[in-house]
Design a protein around this ligand. Structure first.
Ligand SMILES: [Zn+2]
Length: 126
C-alpha cells in the first residue's frame, strides 16, 4: 500500500500524492530502510517538507537509503513560520556520502541553503 513519507498516512493503490503534504507517495515494499536501526543517523534538517522529499530523491538516486523524520516543534510560539522540521536520516556508514550529495546539491543551487547539518563535519579545522 502506498503511503506518505511525511505524515505516514497510508493510501489506496492508485493514489500517487498525499493531499495534505503535497509530496509523492512511496511504495511500502520499496522502503526497506529501518529508521529505528541503531546505525541510523539524522544528518540534515530543513523546514520545508517538499525540500526534504527532494533531498531524499537525490540520495535515492545515489543509492543511499534514507528516510525522513518529521519533528513537530510545538514549543515555539506561533511566529507565522513553519513549525516543523524534516530530518534526513541515513544509515551510519553512508553519512559521509550523503553529506557530499547534499553539499553538492546546495552548491549547485539544486536545493536551498536554508537547511542545516545535524552531524559534526569532519573536514579540516579552521
Ligand atoms: Zn502526508
Amino acid at each position: 500500500m502506498p503511503y506518505c513519507p511525511v505524515c505516514n498516512t497510508e493510501f489506496r493503490e492508485g493514489v500517487t500524492r498525499c493531499p495534505d503534504c503535497e509530496v509523492p507517495l512511496v511504495n511500502e515494499n520499496e522502503e526497506d530502510f529501518d529508521v529505528e536501526d541503531g546505525d541510523a543517523v539524522e544528518i540534515y534538517a530543513v523546514h520545508d517538507k517538499s525540500e526534504a522529499e527532494y533531498i531524499k530523491g537525490l540520495l535515492d538516486d545515489n543509492d543511499i537509503e534514507c528516510a525522513i523524520r518529521v519533528v513537530e516543534s510545538s514549543s515555539f510560539p506561533a511566529a507565522g513560520g513553519d513549525m516543523s522540521e524534516s530530518r534526513i536520516i541515513v544509515s551510519g556508514e553512508l553519512v559521509d556520502e550523503a553529506i557530499d550529495v547534499i553539499r553538492g546539491a546546495i552548491e549547485d543551487d539544486v536545493i536551498s541553503d536554508t537547511g542545516w547539518f545535524l552531524v559534526a563535519e569532519e573536514e579540516e579545522d579552521i
